[in-house]
Design a protein around this ligand. Sequence first.
Ligand SMILES: [Zn+2]
Length: 968
Amino acid sequence: MDSYFSKKIVTFMAITFSVLVIGTIHLGDSVFFSNKLETKTESKTDSEINPLKNFASKPKNSIDFRLPKNLLPNSYSLMIQPYIGTNDTWDNNKTFTFDAEIKINFTCVISTNKIVLHALDLELDADSFTIESEDDKTGLNIEKTFTTDEVKNFIIIKMSKECLEESQYILYMKYKGLISSNLYGFYRSSYKDVNGKIFHLASTQFEPTEARRAFPCFDEPAMKANFKLTMKRHRNFTSSLFNTPLVRNTTEGEWIIDEFDWTPKMSTYLVAFVVSNFKFINSKTSSNISVEVFGKSEDIENGNGEFALNETKNIIEFLENYFDVKYPLSKSSKSNFGHVNLVKTQVAVPDFSAGAMENWGLVIYREDSLFFNKKKDTIYDKQRISSTISHELAHQWFGNLVSPAWWNDLWLNEGFASWVEYLGTNYTHPEWRDLDYFYVKKLSVMELDSLESSHSVKFEVNDPSEIDSLFDEISYDKGASIIRMMNAFLTEDTFKKGVSNYLKNYSYDNAEQDNLWQYLTEQAYLDQSLDKSLSVKTIMDTWTLKKGYPVVNVIRDYQNKQIKLSQNWFLLNPTNKIKNTDEYNQYKWYIPFTFTSKESPDFNFETRPYWLKPDDKELILETAKIQSDSWIIGNLRHASFLRVNYDTNNWNLLINQLNNDHTVIHPINRAELLDDSFNLGRAELLNQVLFLNISKYLINENDSLPFFPAFNALDFISMFFDDDSETYDLFKNFFIRILNNTYKRLNWRDVDETDLDLQLNTLSVMCNLGLNDCIDKAKFYYKNWIDNDIPLKRNFKSVILTSVIKFGDNRTWFELYEKAISTIDNLEKLRLFKGLASSKDPSLLSFLLKKSRDLNVIRLQDSTSIISYVASNSFGKRLAFDYLVENWNELVERYGAFSFTLPTLIDSIIKTLNSNYYLKRLDDFIERAQDLGVAADAFKQAIEKINTNIRWKEKNLDSIHNWLKDNS
Ligand SMILES: [Zn+2]
């Protein structure tokens, strides 16, 4: 699955630049900058407030919710007849339900008289139950009734006697189900065409545990089987789609019966089907794989699918080479069902909770993650599409061909796809420099993982609801970061070969992280890229089985020409109590550490590392060739997931180099110096103003990479200042001075793709800081659009809209609102809503919050984005907070089952808060809340962030004020 929100974290006027970091590249929407202190005076620290206590008092009961291992499925043969919308052919009470029949072939592995299966919200017809033995010698009967276990979603059917071990049986049943209005299981969606005609469709989203809502099944990833579907669709719908191609269709009155081929052996969560009136385009890869793109007819007719089609072809070719395994659905050698035809279908549906889902052979996308409109969409939209396709295609091998044995290895799936997506887009678009951008797009997970309330990438799930919470930034972004780290220390060549051997060995099967470690270690020994005293498992267990990451302290002995390396667990909160414990002192990693120096700067990604081991109190390196007035810099291109701290002298040597000629240092390392110094300052491991000293060199910076952490940090600092304070004025002036050269150089001109990103961010920041020249130009373009019908340049659209709303009048607001509610272009609608959310008028912002749940105005998949837009505006922060706590139960009901949605929403609302007022209100809220469910972790993390913010404010505001004064 692709977490749409990490690509399109929508919004944040407050955390303006988090959007830049994670989102802008893929978002394309403008960003905001207006982040001031809450105007309300807050009381002093109240040491009594510790909302985490509420979490401590509600321990989770761990239950065994796994299926018994007595029976194993071999195949499912499924017939579904959906009643989509109203129609003369069926009764109204059948509308949005389906009738179905299923035959499940299973093997009795350990004899039992019970069949235990998953099924949820299905109406089973017990009278229809039959069981047949393949050899028919056992004379088995089945009871025409069943019991259920609501918590585990089990149905339990009794057989007349125990099944014979190693015998195969076929269970048959009829049932009915709902085509839900939520975005999971078998669900419905609709859209209007240009003439206003409404079309319905039905689609699926089964990962992780929703297949059981569409058919009774052994719904665990390791219980792989072959699947076959017969879809009985009404002739009003032009097609149905399944994981495999259609083999036959026949007509029966009003109904068309589509029969599809058998799938290879695969997990239930990867099954998918769609019934719609979509049109398609198709093509073939050089290895003869047929590729299709399906969607609304106007999108297909406008050519909006062309980019995706082409991208898919190229990325499949790249991945076949990269993995050295042909596209998996071609032929399933281990399948009992022989040859499987090969199609790679991608379909865009108008309502989808994630960004996309990698169903084997039938990948389902959000429309804006697949369709590119050449006339309207921006480079960021194009990049989001390319990386989403690349991510989903990587899963066809990593996840689909070889699947996790259980959900606690999910990180391997998602981390891997989240890393390989960068390789894919780098192959098709090297000019985007995605491999360089990787680091700055993962800054947010480095912040998250420096909280004590973070969790390890691999962790046990004790409760069904915890499976959903595994789909988070840690699995995706930290997972990808530590896989990238392996690429560096093993070398790309060794890594690729090891992965390829692993995929070949576990094809159509399941595996755990230890299995991958074994293949990588074997290859590394063979290639001599890892010392035999180490193994990938020894190293990676320290990165995957515990949370957090280290800071490496680099202390130079200038006289003896040595450097001393040591490590500590990096915790953002300087007063964290755990720091005084043995646990903290023993919390260590196997660290691959690289460095270079002024003498011969070499920033090669695959530089052979020194190993700083958990037992090394200190690692001393001789550096005879490095002069005492030369700098050294560690963690080349941020290959390792950690921070580096230096002695003061070395920091100063680095600052001198940046000021004299920053290009000597690689752009990723320049970004790293900024982000590390800022966060080491927050953790009180370094004076916070050192970061400001470093950031002064940005006056001469032309590369957009280092601006990402700088914007992030400066945005963070700005949220503590009062709007009309002297400090804020000083701060604004400092910021404008840093950006002024870039602003003048790029301005509103048409620039190359390489400069576009920096240009848009600069415009956005400058306008939001209130630079008159910037606002005047935005208003000028806007007026030309409204009065003279001269279209806004698509790249500048978001910057212009947010600026004219923020600095404009109510008439402008309503003008745009009319446009927002009338457009049928969903991406355009979101851009307009984002602009509307930058208003300073609380009544308009409250109005937007109300509209966020009006499905006539905004699609369910997008409604939390509207709330986040409002939260990111300093004038809307409190409104969004109130909205969250007052509407919590409703929000859980609407979005509780979408793994990404609520945690992302909470983070966007809460992370900029920095007062005891909010801490207290959160405390009350959590105490009262019945069910935090999938969002429990997000609340814990939010509370830790607020506490850290409060401490930061007390500690740093005065010194920053003084620094700004001295440097004005
Ligand atoms: Zn994924």
